[in-house]
Write a protein that binds this ligand. Structure first.
Ligand code: E4P
Length: 214
C-alpha cells in the first residue's frame, strides 16, 4: 500500500518524507487555507519535495470552471493530480480532462456506486472518506472494502485512496482491505511510528550496554 501525506504544511511533509515512506501528498481547500499561503506556490513547493502524485483541489462547482482550473493546476507540475468533487458537474469535468491526460482524484466519495461512476468517467483515483462516514455512525472501511472488491472483479485500474483517516487503526484496516493508498495526516503518522514497548526496549538495551561497559 502506498502512503500519501494528507497535509498542505511543507514542514510536516518534509519531516515524514525524510523517513523514506512518502509516495505522494493530498491537499484540500481546508488544509491549504490553514497555511495562509498562495495556493499555487504551496502546490509547487510540495512537488519540489515529493516525487509522486500531489493532489490539488478545484474550487469551481461547474464543469467548465473545473476544467479551466484543472488545466491551470496541471501546468504547475507533471505530478499534480486534480482533485474534483463527486458531483454530476465533477464527473463531466473528469471525463473531459482525463482524455487530455490530466490525472484526477475524485473526492468526497461515500459509497461504492459513487466510486464506480468516478472510475467510469476516467478518474485515476477515488477517495472514500472513512472518518466522516464513521462520524455519522457508518463503518467507513466497509465502503473501502466494497470499492476495492468491485474494482478487482472488473479489473478497474482506478486506485482507491483511503481518506479522512483519523487514527492508526484506519491505516491497518485500509491495508487489510487492499486499498491502493492511504492518505495519512501528520499526527497519525506519528502515532503509527510510536510504541511504548519500542521505547522501553531501547532504554533497556542502552542501560544493559552501559552496565556491561563499566
Ligand atoms: C483527503 O484527500 C481528504 O481531503 C481528507 O483526508 C479529508 O479528511 P477529513 O475528513 O479529516 O477532513
Amino acid at each position: 500500500m502506498k502512503f500519501f501525506v494528507d497535509t498542505a504544511n511543507v514542514d510536516e511533509i518534509r519531516e515524514i518524507h525524510s523517513w523514506g515512506v512518502v509516495d505522494g501528498v493530498t491537499t484540500n481547500p481546508s488544509l491549504v487555507a490553514k497555511e495562509g499561503r498562495n495556493f499555487e506556490e504551496v502546490i509547487a513547493e510540495i512537488t519540489s519535495i515529493v516525487d509522486g502524485p500531489v493532489s490539488a483541489e478545484v474550487i469551481s462547482l461547474e464543469a467548465q470552471g473545473m476544467i479551466k482550473e484543472a488545466r491551470e493546476l496541471s501546468k504547475i507540475h507533471e505530478n499534480v493530480v486534480v482533485k474534483i468533487p463527486m458531483t454530476d458537474e465533477g464527473l463531466k469535468a473528469v471525463s473531459v480532462v482525463s482524455k487530455e491526460g490530466i490525472k484526477t482524484n475524485v473526492t468526497l466519495v461515500f459509497s461504492p456506486n459513487q466510486a464506480l461512476l468516478a472510475a467510469k468517467a476516467g478518474a485515476a483515483y477515488v477517495s472514500p472518506f472513512v472518518g466522516r462516514l464513521d462520524d455519522i455512525g457508518n463503518t467507513g472501511m466497509e465502503v473501502v472494502r466494497k470499492i476495492v472488491d468491485i474494482f478487482d472483479i472488473y479489473g478497474i485500474e482506478t486506485q482507491v485512496i483511503t481518506a479522512s483517516v483519523r487514527h492508526a487503526d484506519h491505516v491497518t484496516e485500509a491495508a487489510l482491505a487492499g486499498s491502493h493508498v492511504a492518505t495519512v495526516p501528520y499526527a497519525v503518522f506519528k502515532k503509527m511510528l510510536g510504541h511504548p514497548l519500542t521505547n522501553i526496549g531501547i532504554e533497556t538495551f542502552l542501560s544493559d550496554w552501559e552496565k556491561a561497559s563499566k
